[in-house]
Structures are given as structure tokens and as C-alpha cells.
Design a binder for this molecule. Structure first.
Ligand code: C2E
Ligand code: MG
Ligand code: MG
Length: 561
């Protein structure tokens, strides 16, 4: 850092620290202003601070995200730190660098860390004062809290009494509905009574703690497991003694039997092994109780691996764009292609089904999708430069993007960077089931259309397709899912065949371009023709191909049919 820049930093830093040492005179606006200046100083495009009351909230993704700065030009993450406070609160700071700016020097990185660290501790201190610090081991309803639980686990571990215990995390089922039904106040009583039942069932040595909302954790002697399970499966709770009114309460629970292996007896390990199955239970069917097992551990590990390995993998260009041609079944011409992602990891090709869900959950998918679009634009620009034929290529966007208020801006910026005609890009989006999702989808599609970018509804028919979805949203292309496509001649006369005919007819009537996915046989190609759906995508022509192979086909331009 040269002298002048050094000086500039000190002035900024001093102004910044000023805000923190006098919390009573804290002026948010001027603080945000200086944060912004600091961000510019370090070429940061975006910064977030995540706050979670404790690890359980962090695991469940329930926290607050404070984002004061985002200039819309975020490149890669340059800084990410996680702080766990003695109280259990977790603060995570993340900063994104400006795209196309050189990396910070080591010295500058140190300064940035200093700024970020002080911000994290400042935020946590402020939050804690408000939130939990005051009540150390009990919550506001005087239930023992998660700190109590963790302390108890640590004590059991230390004294060697943790063997032969059963640990449980549970979430009351439909508790918000119960609250609605009996009213908030009686709802609290219902929770309290259920808690008392559990407390009785876990015996003298067992404990039940409330980790927040309707989430609880327990640890108790293993032989008491059956009686605890009985309560978890459902228990009538009296909430109005006079009128003898009762309501059924049950829980989704994750159960872990603490083994002899000392490596699995640490509080953090136990916590993880009850939270994971509890989340499975919550996602699954009625009144589920799920036991932690090795398979689950492997799944969880794999997911973690994918999430933590992602930023590095992206940087190392391990993600590749494969192209699957879209073919006109009347003459075999290649009229388009879909860009599909492949992760080439240690020489092996990993399919999206194995990593997309983890990336969606970890919030990384948007970065990947932008990368895919970027790569596709680069490919198109290069072909234009070489004077070769160019076709429209579709890129998949995860539904996670719908939460991004500046999605359109991001997409346009990428396309503009390569200065290619917009008509060469198509955006594929899948259906949505919620009202909010529907509105988001509609805005995005309408916005894209206004900017001259083609949109398609992907996997139509897979989910809860509603006619509204295609009638009220201005799509250009209907991608009929392969579940509608009859597999053989026998099936053509079945419901599938009938539905296929109608879906295609309806799409056409609404003025949508129709394409059928998953076309695998000659007979299916004929079926497309018969139904006047003229574009096919599927293994019959080609699987998604690496670029070099795809380019050969594209240069030829058609398939013999
Ligand atoms: P999708 O967008 O519906 O893509 C079509 C999928 O069907 C591809 O699977 C393709 O390989 C497969 N397919 C094509 N023709 C046939 C066929 O004739 N028979 C059969 N059985 N399958 C066929 P893939 O590449 O494994 O991708 C799976 C899904 O992962 C995609 O479904 C898409 O939803 C998602 N995906 C892939 N790449 C990306 C990406 O870059 N971003 C996002 N957000 N999602 C992606
Ligand atoms: Mg697709
Ligand atoms: Mg599809």
C-alpha cells in the first residue's frame, strides 16, 4: 500500500471506529455511509452480516441477514469469517470483491480483516444486548435454553455419563395451527403441558430444553426411549379443564443414540446428529421420527463437501457447460441448444442431480447460473467473431433467483459484456407452487420479455402445473416434460398419450413455441410430428455434449432423419 492510500485508510478507519465506541450516539446513516466508503476503498461490491441466535438457528438457516451494501457488481467472495460468541450466537461476515478488479494485496487483506472483525463483534454485541445475553440459561418463558443444553452435554461428556444416553431434537407439529385454533395464550399452555409430559418421561436425570419457537432438545437414559417416543408420536393435551377441551400434540423428531466412541460424544457432534434427522423428519410425512444413521451421515457429509468445495471449484473452472441440441423434427436441423452443467471433479463427471440441490440449499446456485450464462455468452460471441453459424442457447435459472430484486440487471450485464444479440439467449425457469413464487416468476418473465430475451417454462407437467402459470405469464416457449411423452405405441392410447396431445395443442393455441424433452426413440419423433410439436430435445439425437463435440455437430448443422 502506498503512503497516500495508507493515509486514506487511516482516516476512514478512524471515522468507522468512532461509531462503535459510542453506541449510545450511534448514527446508523453515517455508519452505513462510512461502510460504503470502506467497501469502495477495498473494491468490495457487496457485504453481508448474518446473525443467528445460536448454532441450531444457524443449522436451520433461521437468522437475520444484514446487507447494507451491494452495488450489483459482485464477483467472488474475498472474505468470509464465522464468529461464535460465548453466548452461542453466531455471526458470519462475507464480502464480495468487484468483478474484474485485481485481488487485494496481503497487506490490504489484513486491513480488511481488521475492519470486518470489528464489524462482527460490534454487531454481535449490539444484538446480544437486545436478545439473549441477559437470560443466560433460560428463555423468556423460563424454559431451559440451548446454552443450558450444551452445558449439560459438556458436563455429561466430562464425567463419562454420556454413554447410553439418547439425544433428541424435536419440532412440534402444526403448532402454528394449534395456536390459531385455541388462541395464543392457551397455545402457550398447550406447549407447557406437552413440555411437562416430556419432562416427566425423561426422568430425574434427563433434561428437556427449548431452543426457540417450538423446537426442543432432550437428553436422557436410553432405556426411557420407548416412553418418550410414545409422547412424540402424539398425546392429547387438555387446554381447558372446565370444558374438558383437549387437543392432539405430536412432534417431528430426530433421535441419536450416543455411542461408546468418544469422538461422537462431543456436544457439537451430538447436536449435529439430532438436527440432521430432525430436519429430515420435518420434511417428511406425518408424525415422523427419524433415527440418525450412517447413510444420513454420508449424505450430510457429501452435501457439506459440495458446499465448502464450491467456491474453489468455480475458481478452478471445474464446472463445464455441456450442450444438448434441440432439433427440428421436420428436417433434422439443429435449431437451438440447452446449456447443462457438469462438474468435472478429479476427472469424473458429476451430474447436476448430485450437486444442484446442495448448491441451492447453500445459496450458491445463483453464482453457478451466472457463470453458466457467462460461459454461454462467451461461446456465442466467439462463434460470431469467427463468422460461424449461431443458434439460440437456453440457460437454466434456479428458482432461488426469484428472490434477487436485481436479477434482470445481472442477466443483462452479463449479456452486454459480450455484446451479443439478445435473441441468442433463452432463459429456462421451472414452475412454482406458491402465490409469492408466482408473482416473482411473472415479474421476471415479463421483465425479460421487455428486454427481448426469450423465456421458457421448463419441465412443464412435472410439478403442479396450473393453467394459470402459462396463461398469465408471458412465456415464449413451453418445454413439455418427458413424463407426458408416451414410452411406446401401447402407451400412446393411454392417458399419457392423450395428455401429451392436449398439452401440445394447448401450448400452440396460446401461441407458445413447443418443445418436447426426453425424446429417445424414432417412434417418439414421429409422434411429435403427428402432434405438430416440431422441436425435440433428447437422447434420440444426442445427450448433452462437451463443447468440442457439440461444435462439430453444430458446424454440420443437422441430423440425418
Ligand atoms: P432440465 O433443465 O429439465 O434438463 C434436461 C435434463 O434431461 C438433463 O439432465 C438432460 O440430460 C436430460 N435429458 C435430456 N434428454 C433426455 C432423454 O432423452 N432421456 C432422459 N432420460 N433424459 C434426458 P441433466 O443434465 O442431468 O440436468 C438435470 C437438471 O439439473 C436439469 O433439468 C436442470 O433442472 C438442472 N440443471 C442442469 N444444469 C443446470 C444449471 O446450470 N443451473 C441450474 N439452475 N440447473 C441446472
Ligand atoms: Mg432445462
Ligand atoms: Mg427440463
Amino acid at each position: 500500500m502506498d503512503k497516500e492510500r495508507e493515509q486514506q485508510f487511516h482516516v476512514l478507519f478512524e471515522r468507522y471506529i468512532e461509531h462503535m465506541v459510542r453506541p449510545d450516539q450511534f448514527d446508523r446513516e453515517s455508519f452505513v455511509a462510512v461502510l460504503k466508503e470502506l467497501s469502495e476503498f477495498f473494491h468490495l461490491a457487496k457485504g453481508t452480516t448474518e446473525f443467528y441466535k445460536n448454532r441450531m438457528y444457524e443449522a436451520a438457516g433461521e437468522g437475520e441477514i444484514l446487507s447494507d451494501y451491494d452495488n450489483g457488481n459482485a464477483g467472488e467472495i474475498v472474505f468470509r469469517k464465522r464468529l461464535e460468541r460465548p453466548s452461542g450466537a453466531v455471526i458470519i461476515g462475507t464480502a464480495w470483491g468487484e468483478k474484474d478488479k485485481p485481488p487485494l494485496s496481503e497487506e490490504e487483506m489484513k486491513r480488511l480483516e481488521m475492519v470486518e472483525y470489528s464489524l462482527l463483534s460490534f454487531v454481535s454485541r449490539n444484538r446480544l444486548e437486545k436478545a439473549i445475553e441477559t437470560l443466560a440459561f433460560y428463555d423468556e418463558y423460563s424454559y431451559p435454553n440451548v446454552r443450558y443444553f450444551m452445558r449439560h452435554l459438556a458436563m455429561l461428556q466430562k464425567t463419562g455419563k454420556i454413554r447410553n444416553k439418547t439425544a433428541v431434537a424435536l419440532n412440534l407439529r402444526h403448532f402454528s395451527m394449534i395456536n390459531q385454533q385455541v388462541g395464543r395464550e392457551l397455545g402457550d399452555q398447550v406447549m407447557r403441558s406437552y413440555y411437562e409430559f416430556l419432562s416427566m418421561a425423561v426422568g430425574e436425570d434427563g433434561i428437556v430444553c427449548r431452543v426457540g419457537g417450538d423446537n426442543f432438545t432432550m437428553i436422557f437414559d436410553k432405556e426411557l426411549t420407548p416412553q418418550v417416543e410414545e409422547i412424540l408420536r402424539g398425546m392429547p393435551v387438555v387446554y381447558d379443564r372446565e370444558k374438558d377441551r383437549r387437543i392432539m400434540v405430536s412432534a417431528s423428531a430426530g433421535i441419536f443414540f450416543v455411542p461408546d466412541d468418544p469422538a461422537l460424544q462431543a456436544p457439537g457432534e451430538i447436536m449435529e446428529r439430532i438436527m440432521v434427522p430432525m430436519n429430515f423428519a420435518k420434511a417428511g410425512g406425518e408424525g415422523a421420527i427419524v433415527y440418525f444413521d450412517a447413510e444420513m451421515a454420508a449424505k450430510k457429509n457429501k452435501k457439506n463437501e459440495i458446499q465448502t468445495g464450491f467456491p474453489e471449484a468455480l475458481k478452478n473452472r471445474e464446472f463445464h457447460v455441456y450442450y444438448q441440441p434441440k432439433v427440428d423434427v421436420r428436417d433434422g436441423r439443429i435449431v437451438g441448444a440447452e446449456a447443462l452443467c457438469r462438474w468435472i471433479r478429479d476427472g469424473k463427471v458429476v451430474s447436476p442431480a448430485d450437486f444442484i440441490p446442495a448448491l441451492e440449499e447453500g445459496g450458491y446456485i445463483c453464482e453457478l447460473d451466472f457463470y453458466m450464462l457467462d460461459s454461454v455468452c462467451a461461446m456465442i460471441a466467439e462463434r460470431i467473431r469467427q463468422g460461424k453459424s449461431v443458434i439460440r442457447v437456453s440457460v437454466n435459472l434456479s428458482r432461488k433467483h426469484l428472490m434477487d430484486a436485481d436479477l434482470l440487471g445481472h442477466l443483462l450485464k452479463i449479456i452486454e459484456r459480450y455484446d451479443i444479440p439478445r435473441k441468442y439467449i433463452e432463459i429456462e425457469l421451472t414452475e412454482t407452487t406458491t402465490e409469492v413464487g408466482f408473482r416473482g416468476l411473472k415479474n421476471v418473465v415479463a421483465g425479460l420479455q421487455e428486454e427481448g430475451i426469450c423465456t421458457s417454462v421448463d419441465d412443464f407437467g412435472m410439478g403442479y402445473s396450473s393453467l394459470n402459470l402459462i396463461r398469465e405469464i408471458p412465456w415464449d416457449v413451453l418445454k413439455v416434460d418427458r413424463c407426458f411423452l408416451p414410452v411406446d405405441e401401447f402407451a400412446e392410447k393411454s392417458t399419457t398419450g392423450l395428455m401429451y396431445r392436449h398439452v401440445v395443442a394447448m401450448g400452440r393455441e396460446l401461441g407458445l413455441e413447443c418443445i418436447t424433452e426426453g425424446v429417445e426413440t424414432r417412434r417418439q419423433v414421429e409422434l411429435l410430428r403427428e402432434n405438430e410439436c416440431f422441436i425435440a430435445q433428447g437422447y434420440y439425437f444426442d445427450k448433452p455434449l462437451p463443447f468440442e463435440e457439440f461444435e462439430k455437430k453444430l458446424d454440420k448443422g443437422f441430423y440425418e432423419i
